[in-house]
Design a protein around this ligand. Sequence first.
Ligand SMILES: Nc1ncnc2c1ncn2[C@@H]1O[C@H](COP(=O)(O)OP(=O)(O)O)[C@@H](O)[C@H]1O
Ligand SMILES: [Mg+2]
Length: 249
Amino acid sequence: MGSILEELFLGDLVEVDRVPMLVTYKLLLDTKDRRMSIREVKAKDGSIELMKGVFWDYDKMPNMLISGGIGGGKTYFIYTLIKVFMEIGTVKIADPKRSDLGVLAELPAFKGHVVMEKEEIFRLLEDSLEMMIKRYKYMREHENYTMGKNYAFYKMPPYVVIVDEWAAFFTTLDYKETERVLKVLMPLILQGRQAGVYMIIALQRPDAQNLPNGLRDNLLAKASLGRLSELGYKMTYGVRPYGPVMIVC
Ligand SMILES: Nc1ncnc2c1ncn2[C@@H]1O[C@H](COP(=O)(O)OP(=O)(O)O)[C@@H](O)[C@H]1O
Ligand SMILES: [Mg+2]
């Protein structure tokens, strides 16, 4: 029903609520009026307003999966996230296809923050895990250590790792390399939140084989850009949407 309603009302399905005998479909109709320019998008108190009224509470829903076909707008959306997180923290970028984000490597502000080679991407992920471990140690040993508080309490900025075209990287790995990546990616995605270390992964269609061992489901925020196939929607959001769902057009 969701996609039929989307076409009928020219809106975006943002939520499906099911209780016995009643299914409620929530559609965002005025998506054009809700658009924001990249200049307006800002982070505030662990949250980013992506469209008017549509928020990504990255401290509560850490890590993002971005899906969408070629030309859907994934990379442009990533530019916005880069801009927002650079204003408040550190951003590391991997562009395994050496395409649109790779050009940022030329800019002084991005020196040492953009990688494209396979080995460099391995090292970026490993260094990020090390950063996460260091942050946990710092928090534990802090004189004001308080249980349950996150990185912001200890005045640490977010540390965001963005990988565009994830499948272009992951599908080229052999068995050993896959092991090497999963060994760091699992703890990064499962434990990064409290330390403020976040992963943002973009790919065209999030097959489970590209994000195995439940990694896909642990990228808690989902954003799809442009039109996805029915299968693409299912892969991104699950058969039944669970938790808040964001569809950005
Ligand atoms: N938010 C946007 N505003 C304006 N144009 C956009 C936006 N997002 C994408 N585009 C246009 O669509 C094209 C494809 O977007 P891109 O982000 O490269 O797609 P993808 O990375 O999904 O293949 C861009 O070159 C740009 O012209
Ligand atoms: Mg792209």
